[in-house]
Structures are given as structure tokens and as C-alpha cells.
Design a protein around this ligand. Structure first.
Ligand SMILES: Cc1cc2nc3c(=O)[nH]c(=O)nc-3n(C[C@H](O)[C@H](O)[C@H](O)COP(=O)(O)OP(=O)(O)OC[C@H]3O[C@@H](n4cnc5c(N)ncnc54)[C@H](O)[C@@H]3O)c2cc1C
Length: 412
């Protein structure tokens, strides 16, 4: 046993890197083990590459459909090779920056698979490291269908999509959760025929029911075929039979039914954070948990916003309306079309719904362009117990989507 550290962290995704940087900032000696690429799923096969491809898809879709507002684009192409090249550049730039930041904070990075072999002991490549505190931040892996494992040719997971060489024509997505909704809209944006099979009776079954209903309507408007209460009955010779009897011949099946926490061998005391702990599988949850662990900030799952980058974006925080006892709360819904900015942008779909109890916000549910930004106003209000009356006093810039926050407060 040669080396001694204050923190030994396994996994360099958002959870592990955040822990490492804050601990190092606090003057602790930190070692970080990563078997693959710095940045974890989020940076290499999750949030960042998805949203980069999505940005290209957004531009393509908008250019195609903006003749009525004076944009005429002829011979438009979605060049998937270039899109992927750009995506690789973005992830590489961010990965290099993160690597430099870790170096700058004197975090020792070991590019090896690691395990916990005893209390205060991490082993990687036959070398043992003595670590006062051990943090497991090893993330998660895609969940396969029960009877049909990933073959990475016809039955794909999201990792496989980042290697696509050709634009598909027909796609079947299993699961209408965050991942299913984001990829459904990307493939629709780039002209694919998209079917989504969802086992539950509504898309985004963890969300507020009003949000799910609106998403269902948006799918219809965008001609994405959503089949709820539907599972996969059979996959044979690249033909898929759904439980409702439909037979489909997609280019591939994207399985987006969730992820499984991933943990190494742990034969000693360790704290598990991020996706590996199997709670909310979000990068912001992982980073928040890491911050709470090292800096001791107040932590509560209720303050974690969820964002799904559909068209338009979907975001929420706190309680769902259907979970609240009848008559125990107040509610305001501001339709996005009430906002001047929505008309300027020709983006009038959606609403901002707020739930309050005793003049404090207990839940907010948004479908809107820029929902990913608006939600933080509710997050700040909730975390700091800012009342409805106090929010009404804030000066909101005009024209903005944030004006929906003010409008909804005025409706309460
Ligand atoms: C397609 C997709 C899109 C997503 N989009 C979003 C989004 O928009 N917003 C959002 O908040 N979340 C999003 N997520 C979820 C987000 O990526 C995860 O919640 C986040 O990455 C979890 O962070 P983590 O640090 O816990 O784990 P990870 O990011 O998975 O990092 C874990 C790391 O540990 C390493 N590791 C595992 N075992 C070992 C070992 N034994 N030794 C050494 N290293 C090991 C892995 O190689 C990996 O790099 C998305 C996920 C996917 C798949």
C-alpha cells in the first residue's frame, strides 16, 4: 500500500468529476478512476452529444418549415456524416477542457477500471490505493428488452445512435420516456417515419398528467405514431410485431426503456452517488448530490428540475397535480400563446402551470420553448421559499418566455 488520498472516486461522469473538483478545491488530495472517457455518459454518450445532434435537427426542421415567415430554403440536406463530425468536435472540446480543469486542480486521474477491495482500499490494474473516503460514481447502462438483447445492428440502444452512418427512413422506438421523446422528435425532424411503443397508458408516465396529455397531442400534430399500452410481442427477421397486432418493418428498433445502475465490486465502505445509486438518472441530480456530499449544501429531491428536450421543451419540478389531495392547492395555467415573444418566434405551443400551497410554489410544469430556462425561476423560488407575492414584485424583461412566470403568479 503506497499511496494515500482523502478521496478515491470511481467514475468520471458528472457525479465523480463534481465530487473531485469540489474536494480538490477544498484542499483535499483526490484520485479519480475512469475506465473509459472523462465526462462519463453525459459528455460522451448522453446529454451533450444528443443535444448537439438535436441542434442540427432543429435548424433543419425550422429551415424546412419557415416559408410562411419568409425563409425559403431550397435543396436543404441533413448531412449525417457532418452532423456526427460536429458532435465529435463538441464532445472532444468539452472533454479536453474538463481534463485540463482536473489537472489544474491536481486531481490525479487513473485511466483504469477500479474496484473496492477492502475498507479504504481501491484497486486498479493490480495497484492498491489507500483512500480515506471512497465514492462510487460508476453510472448506469442501457436496459435491454427482456427477450431481445441489443445486437447493435437492428436492436439498438442510445449509444449506438452516436455511430449512425446513414439517415434512417423508419424507426421504432420502445419507450416514451425522456430518451424516447427526444429521439422521436430528432428522427421526425429529419424526415423519418417514427413509431413509439409505450407500455404505460400515457407517454412520460412519471410526469404530471396534463403534461402527458399535451405531449400526446403534440405527437399527433407532428405525425409521430404513438402506441400506448403497447409492448413488443415478437422480433423476427427484422420484423416487429407489437402487442396490439401491428406489424412493422423499421430500419431499426431503439430500445429506450430506461437504464440499470452500474456498480463495480465493492468489498468495503463506499458512498454511491449519481446514476449508480438508482434514483433520478439525470446529470443535474448527479452533480447536485455530489455537491451536497462534499459541500454539505441542503439537498432534497423535490428541488431537482427535470428537463426533456422535446419540441417544444418540457420541464418540471416538485409535485404532480394528480398526487395532491383534491382541494389542497391552488393552480394557475398560463398558455404560451399569451406571450408576445411566442408570437414573435412563431412558437405558440404549450403552457406554464404552477401549483401552490399556502402562497408557496410546490410544483411547476412547463411545455414551452425555453422551458429549460424558465424552470429555474421556480427552482430558485422553491429552494428559497420565495412566496407568490414576492415573485409578483419581480421585474420581468419583455418580450420573454419568463413573463409566463409573472402571468401565472397574477392568475393565482
Ligand atoms: C442519450 C442520453 C441523453 C441524456 N440526456 C440528459 C440530459 O439532457 N440531461 C440530464 O440531466 N441527463 C441526461 N442523461 C442522463 C445523464 O447522462 C446521466 O444521468 C449522467 O451521466 C449520470 O452521471 P454519473 O456521473 O452518475 O454517471 P456517468 O455519466 O454514467 O459516468 C460514470 C462513469 O464511470 C465509469 N466507470 C464505470 N465503472 C467503472 C469502474 N469500475 N472503474 C472506472 N470507471 C468506471 C464509466 O466509464 C463512466 O464514464 C442522458 C442520458 C442518455 C443515455
Amino acid at each position: 500500500m503506497e499511496k494515500t488520498y482523502d478521496y478515491g472516486i470511481i467514475g468520471a461522469g458528472p457525479a465523480g468529476v463534481t465530487t473531485a473538483l469540489i474536494a480538490a478545491n477544498n484542499g483535499k488530495k483526490v484520485i479519480l478512476f475512469e475506465k473509459d472517457k472523462i465526462g462519463g455518459i453525459c459528455l460522451n454518450k448522453g446529454c451533450i452529444p444528443t443535444k448537439t445532434i438535436m441542434h442540427s435537427a432543429d435548424l433543419y426542421r425550422d429551415a424546412k418549415s419557415s416559408e410562411n415567415i419568409g425563409i425559403v430554403a431550397n435543396d436543404l440536406q441533413f448531412d449525417i456524416a457532418k452532423v456526427m463530425e460536429h458532435k465529435n468536435k463538441v464532445t472532444e472540446t468539452l472533454r479536453n477542457a474538463l481534463t485540463k480543469t482536473l489537472q489544474g486542480k491536481d486531481v490525479e486521474v487513473v485511466n483504469k477500471e477500479a474496484k473496492v477491495t477492502a475498507d479504504k482500499t481501491i484497486e486498479a490494474d493490480g495497484v492498491q490505493y489507500n483512500c480515506e473516503k471512497i465514492i462510487i460514481a460508476t453510472g448506469s447502462e442501457p436496459k435491454p428488452l427482456k427477450d431481445y438483447p441489443f445486437d447493435h445492428e437492428f436492436i439498438l440502444n442510445s449509444d449506438d445512435l452516436f455511430e449512425l452512418k446513414q439517415k434512417p427512413q423508419k424507426v421504432l422506438i420502445v419507450g416514451a420516456g425522456a430518451e424516447g421523446i427526444e429521439w422521436a422528435r430528432i428522427f421526425k425532424d429529419i424526415d423519418c417515419e417514427v413509431t413509439v411503443a409505450e407500455a404505460a397508458s400515457r407517454p412520460l408516465s412519471i410526469a404530471d398528467e396534463e403534461v402527458s396529455k399535451y405531449v400526446e397531442r403534440l405527437f399527433k400534430t407532428r405525425q409521430i405514431n404513438l402506441k400506448t399500452s403497447t409492448t413488443i410481442a415478437k422480433i423476427e427477421n427484422k420484423q416487429v410485431t407489437l402487442s396490439n397486432g401491428d406489424v412493422l418493418n423499421p430500419d431499426f428498433v431503439l430500445v429506450a426503456i430506461g437504464r440499470i445502475p452500474l456498480k463495480p465490486q465493492i468489498d468495503g465502505k463506499a458512498t454511491v452517488i449519481g446514476d449508480a445509486c438508482g434514483q433520478l438518472m439525470l446529470a443535474n441530480f448527479a452533480m447536485y448530490q455530489a455537491r451536497a456530499l462534499v459541500s454539505g449544501i441542503r439537498f432534497d429531491n423535490v428541488f431537482v428540475p427535470s428537463v426533456i428536450y422535446g419540441t417544444p421543451e418540457i420541464a418540471w419540478i416538485g409535485a404532480n397535480e394528480q398526487d395532491l389531495p383534491y382541494g389542497s392547492y391552488h393552480k394557475a395555467v398560463c398558455p404560451v400563446r399569451m406571450l408576445g415573444k411566442a408570437h414573435c418566434d412563431n412558437e405558440m405551443e404549450g403552457f406554464v402551470k404552477v401549483l401552490t400551497y399556502e402562497n408557496k410554489i410546490i410544483g411547476a410544469h412547463i411545455i414551452s420553448k425555453e422551458a429549460s430556462a424558465i424552470i429555474h425561476q421556480f427552482a430558485i423560488a422553491m429552494q428559497n421559499e420565495i412566496s407568490v407575492e414576492e415573485l409578483k414584485k419581480v421585474c420581468f424583461a419583455h418580450p420573454t418566455y419568463s413573463e409566463a412566470v409573472y402571468e401565472s403568479m397574477m392568475m393565482l
